[in-house]
Design a protein around this ligand. Structure first.
Ligand code: 8YV
Length: 356
């Protein structure tokens, strides 16, 4: 599959071999750097390095690309660096010019890209796995705590000057330690959440396409549930960590959400589309589940109006990987993927459609 090496061929043709009688400075000038178009503002150190290495076009204003601007970028770039805010469906990918050989996504989730359509056009897709695992797991725990212990509600009362004195039955939340946590999707992030949760005294349960290795299962003392329905009905807290694919769209459907116990808390730092958001909002409003902590939404950046103003819902604006360290690491991964491809090798973080 001609997903890499095209630029390397170009590069090799104009790069003198040892013994060629060309002065180094001239040979360097002759090398065409790949045109890399970045759709959003990235951390400064990442942009600086990209400028050094590539013929880079940055988005200094950070205004999300319109479809017209995205189509133009696709038509001119050797490599495109998009983010979750760029919809790269098959019809958009038709705008790709003959030079485009790599989509180096800034982020691990690639549900905004039709990877199969890209690969069919000879365009490789890469992502940034691993480097945002711990940050996303930290934020998941923060949401769990925030909902269970009513942290945002309490903070809002205090900030508004409304604290009128301690009372034995005021602002009671739910104990976290000792409860049953059901993790949906036991990949990198699911496991990182399980490790943290175990340290908080939670019992670890999970639903996944297949059980994790015996080593990890023993380390986490985790119980595997083949049946998602059965797990949902028995957990105190549910946390979602699967990718969004056609198979996981509305995995937590209205029917499944009704299986949750009235004291259950639902946390989602994966993708909004995995949960039927309207059904969830109805359950929260009717008090049929205790609460939800959501970092992602079905129609981002729009948030379902039914979720707004609910005291038992903690809503965050997609902050899972939002640490300066994480975002720089993500940028470095993008750079490694582009450089490896430039050198004619397979980039380390290629997304294979069958993997999704
Ligand atoms: C990213 C994420 O910041 O990497 C992911 O999949 O959800 C986020 O944390 C975002 O996708 C950037 O494109």
């Amino acid at each position: 599959m001609a997903v890499h090496g095209a630029f390397a061929r170009d590069f090799n043709q104009i790069t003198p071999r040892r013994g060629d009688n060309v002065p180094l400075s001239k040979s360097r000038m002759a090398v065409r750097k790949p045109k890399v178009i970045v759709t959003r503002k990235l951390p400064d150190p990442v942009e600086t390095r990209m400028r050094e290495l590539f013929d880079t076009e940055l988005n200094v204003t950070d205004a999300p690309f319109t479809p017209e601007r995205l189509a133009d970028a696709l038509s001119r770039a050797d490599a495109l660096v998009p983010t979750i805010t760029d919809r790269l469906a098959a019809d958009m990918l038709e705008k790709a010019g003959p030079k485009l050989k790599l989509i180096a996504n800034f982020g691990v989730g690639v549900d905004h890209i039709d990877v199969a359509a890209a690969v069919a056009r000879g365009i490789a897709v890469t992502n940034t796995p691993g480097v945002l695992t711990e940050d996303t797991a930290d934020l998941t725990m923060a949401l769990m705590m925030a909902v269970g212990r009513r942290i945002v509600e309490g903070a809002n009362v205090a900030q508004a000057g409304g604290y009128q004195g301690w009372a034995p039955t005021w602002m009671m939340g739910h104990r976290i330690t000792g409860k049953r946590l059901g993790i949906i999707g036991m990949g990198r992030i699911g496991q990182a959440v399980a490790r943290r949760a175990k340290a908080f005294g939670l019992q670890i349960h999970y639903h996944n396409r297949k059980p994790v290795s015996p080593r990890i299962s023993e380390e986490l003392e985790a119980t595997y549930w083949e049946s998602l329905d059965q797990m949902l009905a028995r957990m105190d807290i549910i946390s979602v960590h699967s990718p969004h694919t056609p198979a996981t769209y509305h995995l937590l459907s209205a029917r499944r959400l009704k299986l949750l116990q009235p004291h259950a808390i639902l946390v989602n730092t994966a993708r909004g589309e995995i949960i039927d958001e309207t059904a969830l909002a109805d359950l929260l409003r009717e008090g049929k589940i205790a609460g939800a902590g959501l970092d992602v939404f079905e129609h981002e950046p729009a948030i379902n109006p039914k979720l707004l103003g609910l005291a038992n819902a903690v809503l965050l604006p997609h902050l899972g990987s939002a640490t300066i360290e994480g975002r720089i690491d993500m940028g470095e991964k993008v750079i490694i993927n582009i450089r490896t491809w430039m050198d004619g090798h397979k980039p380390p973080d290629r997304v294979i459609p069958a993997m999704m």
